[in-house]
Design a protein around this ligand. Structure first.
Ligand SMILES: NC(=O)c1ccc[n+]([C@@H]2O[C@H](COP(=O)([O-])OP(=O)(O)OC[C@H]3O[C@@H](n4cnc5c(N)ncnc54)[C@H](O)[C@@H]3O)[C@@H](O)[C@H]2O)c1
Length: 440
């Protein structure tokens, strides 16, 4: 089992477990974390049909009275009005601060559960059981919750940390290809910022980079199928590969300001030759293998960044690489034309072109990302251009004083904030993803 915990404050420990088959073992661990014995599971109809019986049985075996609410599928359920039904259900069910909210679903269920748990009675215990690759590699960790409001995405939200994140990669077996590919887009983003994720991704190929590799759990991580109930909460704290407020990954032995973690403590993963080759069936090859190493690499990378900057005012902003473009694309497409991962893939290409204009990074990085997205079946061009997207850049909540903010790369693993992007630069950056120009 891959497991680790990280604390954002003495009373705020986030426990993370990654292992195939965990869904049936989660009840006793949640019981260790909470004194209340009511659990509200927020999920979606499709996910509930697949996994709810298993989760419910585990929770009930640990003494929980379980209620479940099925939220509408998709981004449209991230609306404030939908939350009031959930609050009403909690009140009718007699939930109090000792009880627990469990999200069972992708990023949408997780975002809603975070807002509900953070607001109801000023805070219930929160547990995430992510079921999409996107939520397993990214959104389950970090404590961000939000709903949409007006033209901007995620405009109403908060930071509220889960006590426990239980990632069961087995749940991905039923995930449609389009959703699986969408999750890889966030993993590709992490790969641009973390060598460890590049190794775990396996399919990454770039001149001068380590060979494509598969990831092994770091030394000290527990292998084998331990029952989660045997896990002593908070026993394992491993911090790995944090970014810095200076915008680049620290060299070995650097100390990260404010978090007391020595990067020199990090044991690099063992690396094996990967069976992956360039082809059009990348998604099927990836699906055939275990997602556990990639998920562990992404989550340990993200945990180290979040620990350094829980409230997203500094180094954590690197995780928004490609996202100012992506959120604009999602919004202009009415949140139905592109899912989050598809938009992130396009956003990465535009951000890399902007980085080339600003910092002269090598076009081969953009080419490699385009190849990966293409082989994963993700879009690599759009008909939307600057004039379509520009109003959404301005509305983006990542900006300040009416100016949009973009994340760029000076090199792999070295990000930079761009707060003064000019119109001509953005127009040129978007040429990287403009369908007509790419067909010329
Ligand atoms: N909080 C954060 O840090 C953060 C980070 C990134 C993205 N997000 C948010 O996440 C959302 C996107 O999340 P998503 O891509 O996971 O989509 P999603 O939550 O909408 O799930 C996609 C669809 O897959 C179905 N599904 C989920 N798991 C399944 C499974 N195992 N088998 C079969 N079907 C399954 C769901 O029913 C749903 O219809 C966006 O709203 C985005 O803003 C949040």
């Amino acid at each position: 089992m891959g497991r680790f915990s990280f604390s954002l404050a003495p009373e705020n420990v986030v426990n993370v477990a990654v292992q195939e088959g965990l869904i049936g073992e989660v009840g006793p661990v949640i019981a260790e974390l909470t004194t209340g014995r009511k659990a509200m599971v927020l999920t979606h109809p499709v996910v509930a049909d697949l996994f709810m019986n298993n989760l419910k049985a585990s929770l009930e075996s640990a003494g929980f009275a379980v209620q479940a609410m099925s939220l509408p599928e998709g981004e449209s359920s991230k609306e404030w009005d939908n939350l009031t039904d959930i609050f009403a259900e909690l009140r009718q069910g007699g939930f109090d601060r000792s009880d627990v909210i469990v999200s069972l679903g992708g990023g949408v269920a997780g975002d809603i559960a975070t807002v509900v748990a953070g607001l109801y009675m000023r805070g219930l215990s929160l547990v995430h059981m992510p079921t999409t690759l996107l939520s397993q590699v990214d959104s389950c960790l970090g404590g961000k919750g939000a709903v949409n409001f007006g033209p901007g995405k995620n405009m109403l939200g908060l930071f509220y940390q889960p006590k426990l994140i239980v990632v069961d990669p087995d749940l991905l077996k039923t995930l449609p290809d389009e959703q699986l590919a969408s999750g890889y887009a966030e993993a590709v983003k992490c790969a641009l910022l973390s060598e460890r994720v590049r190794l775990a991704l396996g399919a990454w190929r770039l001149e001068g980079e380590p060979p494509a590799a598969s990831f092994q759990p770091p030394e000290g991580a527990t292998d084998g199928r331990l029952a989660l109930g045997a896990w002593r909460l908070g026993e394992t704290v491993r911090d790995q590969e944090p970014g810095t407020s200076h915008g680049s990954a620290p060299s070995s032995g650097d100390r990260v300001p404010g978090c007391g973690v020595s990067v020199g403590d990090f044991q690099p993963p063992r690396v094996m030759a990967s069976p992956l080759h360039s082809n059009k069936n990348l998604l099927q090859q990836l699906r055939a293998g275990s997602q556990e190493p990639l998920i562990q690499a992404c989550l340990t990378y993200k945990a180290s960044v979040v620990k350094s900057d829980p409230l997203d005012t500094g180094v954590r902003q690197q995780l928004n690489l490609g996202h100012t473009f992506a959120h604009a694309l999602e919004a202009v497409g009415g949140y139905s034309e592109y899912n989050h991962g598809q938009a992130v893939g396009l956003g990465l290409l535009a951000a890399l072109r902007l980085s080339e204009l600003r910092y002269g990074i090598n076009r081969s990085i953009e080419d490699e990302v385009r190849r990966l997205l293409d082989e994963l079946g993700l879009p690599t061009c759009t008909t939307y251009g600057y004039d379509d997207l520009q109003p959404y850049f301005k509305a983006d909540k990542k900006g300040a004083a009416g100016k949009p903010r973009f994340v760029g790369l000076k090199a792999l693993d070295e990000y930079a904030m761009i707060e003064d992007a000019r119109e001509d630069e953005l127009r040129e950056a978007l040429q990287a993803v403009f369908c007509e120009s790419r067909q010329d």
